[in-house]
Design a protein around this ligand. Structure first.
Ligand SMILES: Cc1cc2nc3c(=O)[nH]c(=O)nc-3n(C[C@H](O)[C@H](O)[C@H](O)COP(=O)(O)OP(=O)(O)OC[C@H]3O[C@@H](n4cnc5c(N)ncnc54)[C@H](O)[C@@H]3O)c2cc1C
Length: 303
């Protein structure tokens, strides 16, 4: 029996583990891919307070080591079910069934991709999902942005402030984001909006991204030269397997109060998979700390 199980070992889950361990609690972190989470794909982090610059992998490794040194148990297993009785039972695809007094869901999100050849290799090296995180690396360069919803348009506004040019590529014949944002972008001299095109591939030279290939509705192929592509075609919260224990909102996120507690006592949610606006490592870690402290209060009261 553990005091706390964290489902997902990214910035949120590992920070939660750190806080719980420092308070003398026993913690198991279950992670299906690699400890440290999606930030490991970031070539450079410049917005973690107190550290001028580091790679995402350095951040992920340092945090994992810190948590291990405090005595966390880390298992590479895919959680498929959370059951609530007097305590929680967390089941994994690998056959594990672990019990705990509290559970913190910190499973993050997946960025929707286009599923095109070579895409996986270019993620973090030409393809990005986050203008706040990576926009600065393309300062003064041509970038393309795929998508046309609100998030996409917000990303485009940010990119237009630093990039030489931003070409927005949208498959529908119109942008679906707010009109004020669309109007603002249309008035920017370095922004070009192309609707009704489908991205069909990526152009590379020696492994470096050099452009995006698009096809118009009449079947004509074109190439948009750029050194970076930002995909803003949606996020998929990794919460599907928890739907029978906690309510998901219309987009698949889990809502929680200020302490990260869900509607089910003892079940907390932290990081990108929580319903909120800003998804960064600072906010994920903040959720981790808040949820762990709330989980500790819950355990100490119910014990
Ligand atoms: C390319 C890239 C660059 C970025 N750059 C920056 C940056 O410079 N600065 C910044 O602040 N933010 C950046 N971000 C965003 C940042 O990575 C996220 O906000 C942060 O990682 C969220 O942390 P998290 O712990 O909530 O989720 P994640 O890091 O996504 O971690 C969740 C973990 O849960 C695991 N998991 C999911 N489901 C299960 C399951 N069923 N069982 C077990 N494990 C599960 C996943 O494998 C994952 O490792 C970047 C993101 C990307 C993709």
């Amino acid at each position: 029996m553990y005091d706390i199980i964290c489902v997902g070992g990214g910035a949120a889950g590992l920070t939660a583990a750190l806080y719980a361990l420092r308070a003398g609690k026993t913690v198991l972190v279950l992670e299906k891919n690699s400890f440290g989470g999606q930030v490991a794909f970031s070539p450079k982090i410049e917005n973690w307070p107190g550290t001028k610059e580091m790679s995402g992998l350095e951040f992920a490794d340092a945090l994992t080591e810190q948590v291990l040194a405090k005595g966390a148990e880390l298992e590479l297993e895919n959680v498929v079910k959370i059951e609530k009785g007097e305590n929680f039972r967390v089941r994994t695809e690998e056959g594990g069934a672990y019990e705990s007094r509290a559970v913190i869901i910190s499973a993050g999100v997946k960025h929707r991709t286009l599923g095109l050849p070579g895409e996986d290799e270019l993620i973090g090296n030409g393809i990005s999902f986050c203008a706040v995180c990576d926009g600065a690396f393309y300062a003064g360069q041509d970038v393309a942005l795929v998508g046309g919803g609100n998030s996409a348009l917000q990303e485009a506004v940010l990119l237009a402030e630093t990039s030489k040019s931003v070409t927005i590529l949208q498959d529908l014949d119109f942008l679906t984001g707010e009109k004020t944002l669309a109007d603002r972008l249309a008035a920017m001299a370095n922004v070009k909006i192309i609707c009704g095109v489908k991205v069909t591939g990526y152009a590379t030279e020696n492994g470096e991204l050099t452009g995006v290939l698009v096809r118009t509705k009449d079947g004509k192929d074109h190439r948009v030269d750029c050194s970076g592509v930002f995909l803003a075609v949606g996020l998929i919260p990794e919460n599907g397997v928890f739907a029978d224990v906690v309510e998901l909102d219309g987009q698949g996120y889990i809502a929680a109060d200020e302490t990260c507690e869900t509607g089910l006592p003892g079940l907390f949610v932290a990081g990108d998979c929580r319903a909120k606006r800003i998804r960064q490592i600072t906010t994920a870690s903040a959720d981790g700390a808040v949820s762990a402290l709330a989980a500790i209060r819950y355990i100490d009261n119910v014990k």
